[in-house]
Design a protein around this ligand. Structure first.
Ligand SMILES: Nc1ncnc2c1ncn2[C@@H]1O[C@H](COP(=O)(O)OP(=O)(O)OP(=O)(O)O)[C@@H](O)[C@H]1O
Ligand SMILES: [Mg+2]
Length: 283
C-alpha cells in the first residue's frame, strides 16, 4: 500500500466544530408491491469535516448496484432511511431543502425551456425577480462555458453541454452541499477531463462541499479529498482513503507516480471486491 494512503484517519475536528455531514448507522431499503424489502444500504456511518473557505469533495466509489445513488437520494431528502440518521451541520435531514442540490445520473433538463430558462428555474421558484435571475444564471453559464448557448434548447446541445446545463442549474441555487451522481458517466474521456477541471474550478470558487459518485478510479483520485469505497449491495463502507493535497490538479497530475500509485491502490481494492463477489460487476 503506498505510504500516502497507508493511514486513513478520520478528520480531526476542532473542538466544538460541527461536521459538515454525518451519516450514523444508516440503513435504507426498497419495499416492492408485495411487501418484500431489498436492503440497499446497511449500517453506513461516516463523518465529513466542515472546512470553511476550502470546501471538500467526497467520492463514493463502488460496484454497480451497490447503493451509491440510494445514499445520495437519502442525503438529498428524496428518500427516507429505514434506520439511522443524516446530519448536515449538526441538523437532522428531513425532506429536500435548498441547502442541497443534486445533479442526477441522467440528463434532467426541461426540454421545452431554453438553457437560460433551465438555469433560471430554481431562482424562479424562489421568487427572484426576472432581471436578477437572468443575471445570476448568465454568470453561472459563463463559468461552465455555455454563455453563447443561453438561448438554445437542450436538444440542440451535445451530451457534455447538457450535463453542464444540469450542473449550472444546480449551482445557481448556491447549495452548500452538492450531490453529483455519476454526472460524467456518459461522456468521452476528453470531455470528461474538461468537466472535472471545471468542477474543481467552480466549486472551489463557490466553497461548496461536494459528494460525488463515480465508477471511474482516475476521476476519483483526480477530484477527491477523501474516497469511500463501498462493498457490493447492501452498501457498507469498506475503506476510507484520504487523497493527499495536490497543489495543482491539472491534467499533468495523471502522469505523476503518486497519482498512479493511488489509482493502483484503488484498483487493487475494487479488484479484490470482484473476486470475492465472484460475479462480474460494472466498475
Ligand atoms: N426504485 C427501486 N426499487 C427497488 N429497488 C431498487 C430501486 N432503486 C434501486 N434499487 C435496488 O437498490 C440497489 C442499489 O441501487 P442504487 O441505484 O443505489 O445503486 P448504484 O450503486 O447507484 O448503482 P449504479 O452504479 O449502477 O448506478 C440495487 O441493487 C437495486 O436493485
Ligand atoms: Mg447509481
Amino acid at each position: 500500500m503506498p505510504e500516502a494512503v497507508a493511514a486513513a484517519p478520520q478528520h480531526e475536528l476542532a473542538a466544538g466544530a460541527l461536521p459538515k455531514l454525518e451519516l450514523k448507522n444508516l440503513f435504507i431499503g426498497y419495499t416492492d408491491r408485495s411487501g418484500k424489502t431489498v436492503s440497499a444500504v446497511e449500517d453506513v456511518s461516516l463523518t465529513l469535516a466542515n472546512k470553511p473557505g476550502v470546501g471538500e469533495l467526497l467520492v463514493f466509489l463502488g460496484p454497480s448496484g451497490c447503493g451509491k445513488s440510494t445514499i445520495l437520494k437519502a442525503i438529498s431528502g428524496l428518500m427516507e432511511p429505514s434506520a439511522g440518521q443524516i446530519l448536515i451541520d449538526g441538523q437532522p435531514v428531513s425532506g429536500t431543502g435548498r441547502d442541497r442540490g443534486m445533479v442526477f445520473q441522467s440528463y434532467t433538463s426541461f426540454g421545452w425551456r431554453t438553457v437560460l430558462g433551465n438555469v433560471e428555474y430554481g431562482l424562479e421558484l424562489q421568487g427572484v425577480p426576472k432581471a436578477e435571475r437572468a443575471r445570476q444564471a448568465m454568470e453561472i453559464l459563463e463559468q461552465v462555458g455555455l454563455k453563447d448557448f443561453a438561448h438554445a434548447l437542450p436538444k440542440q446541445l451535445s451530451g457534455g453541454m447538457k450535463q453542464r446545463v444540469a450542473i449550472a442549474r444546480t449551482l445557481v441555487n448556491k447549495p452548500r452541499l452538492v450531490l453529483m451522481d455519476e454526472p460524467f458517466g456518459a461522456l468521452d474521456p476528453q470531455t470528461r477531463w474538461g468537466m472535472q477541471s471545471l468542477i474543481l474550478d467552480v466549486l472551489r470558487r463557490q466553497d461548496n462541499t461536494v459528494i460525488f459518485v463515480t465508477h471511474d478510479i482516475s476521476e476519483a483520485v483526480f477530484l477527491a479529498d477523501v474516497v469511500f469505497v463501498l462493498s457490493h449491495r447492501p452498501a457498507k463502507v469498506l475503506h476510507r482513503i484520504e487523497i493527499p493535497y495536490f497543489p495543482e490538479r491539472d491534467p499533468s497530475l495523471r502522469q505523476k507516480p503518486e497519482f498512479k500509485q493511488l489509482e493502483n491502490h484503488l484498483l487493487d481494492i475494487l479488484g479484490s471486491l470482484q473476486v470475492k463477489g465472484n460475479i462480474r460487476v460494472g466498475l
